[in-house]
Design a protein around this ligand. Sequence first.
Ligand code: HEM
Length: 448
Amino acid sequence: MSSNIPTIPRLKTLITSLKFLRDPITVIKGNLAEYGHTYRFYIGGIIPATFTADPAFIQHILQKNHRMYKKSPIHFEHLGHFVGKGLLTIDGDHWLRQRRLIQPSFHRSRLANLTHLMNEVIVERRAKFGQEIQQGPVNMAEHMMDMAFNIIMRSIFSVSVPEEQVRKMSDQITQIQAFVIQLIRQPYLNWWRKLSGKIKEHEDIAADLEQSILTLVQQRQTSGEQRDDLLQMLLDSRYEDNGEAMSQQQLLDELKIIFVAGHETSANGLAWAWYLLSQHPEAVAKIRTELDATVGERIPTFEDLPKLEYLSQVVDEVLRMYPPAWITDRMAAEDDEFNGIKIAKGAIVATYIYGAHHSPEHWDEPEVFKPERFVKGAKIPPFAYLPFGGGPRLCIGNHFALMEMQLVIAEMIKRYDFALEPGHEVVPQPLITLRPKDGIWMRFWKRQ
Ligand code: HEM
């Protein structure tokens, strides 16, 4: 390996590994300060890897030279084993064929109908929320998880599924994700997980989840009903090459992937939004003024969203400061080089999205919440802002997520005043997504 960039000594990686598990962002911040935006290290002291927070290098990996890279097996083989072989977890020709098939369903214009379904959920959940806020502080991280799961469920199936069933499916996905994190972070215990039946236990949970999804899909197929929802769009889509629809198993895998990729990310984005808004009353006032001028007492619609320019800047800034997908990675499928940095076939490159978003080289006062940075026409250096990734594997749900975040914030901010619970310390915890470690405890009151 060339030594033209610094390497963190293996011993140092091992010594800091416990601290890294607890607080990766602080450890990485120290590394960036000591070694610069790009350095080499050994994952778990063994697997050679390059780490970068440099937007130009990130762009090289994710976009300009993406053909030389695959999704890293560290993450995606385990996830794929439990949630299936869908867009997020597959590569090469299989991925391209699926992406071409599914992409049109997520086009912004096709999502217009989904805003009705999202609003249905937002209104339904209001009653429960209204009761809970009277009992005392509420954990917005949990509420937003609930909200986002219900929104994705309704957007896919459009029917209202009983609360207990939704809760069960949501818990199953949480359990599977937590287990996958363990498999990735402590691989040396995987033999024990196999022996003790933990792997089998989680395979069974995944199978049960798949069965629930299958039942809902079959209900639609046998009813012969046509509905305006994501399931319908996926059922109606046809491959360009043979004009056929997806197989039932592929459809189930894609649905499971959409659940996994599309709920915890949005939920955490929303939780961080409430936290930041609680610290910035001036932004709350501006959002309300904008809402008064555009939607008034109504519930915002798809057509209203482009008019809510300031709200959209707030959402962009939330995703800059607390990107739910805080890091991603790739594995070099062949030897590659970027500006003299050699990347050997099989090496992992970790692209640090959080680092690009907080780089003082690319952002003025990166630790300060300034939604105005995203005013229309603002010049943002390429790949210094990539909450949804970039290149051909850009998040397929980006418009969906932005719409969802705008609708939830708009509807709740009109109705409630809110404040962070005094003494509650909010700490970011980067797992698969960047989430608040002990939740976000807040008080809400009905506005007069
Ligand atoms: C704020 C919310 C969200 C964030 C921050 C986010 C972030 C991302 C990122 C960074 C990637 C690329 C990962 C990589 O390149 O390795 C990605 C991929 C993906 N996301 Fe999202 N996402 C969000 C919401 C959603 C939603 C709502 C859906 C579905 C309804 C979704 C579905 C997907 C899928 C299927 C992929 C894989 C795309 C592919 O590889 O072709 N995401 N997301």
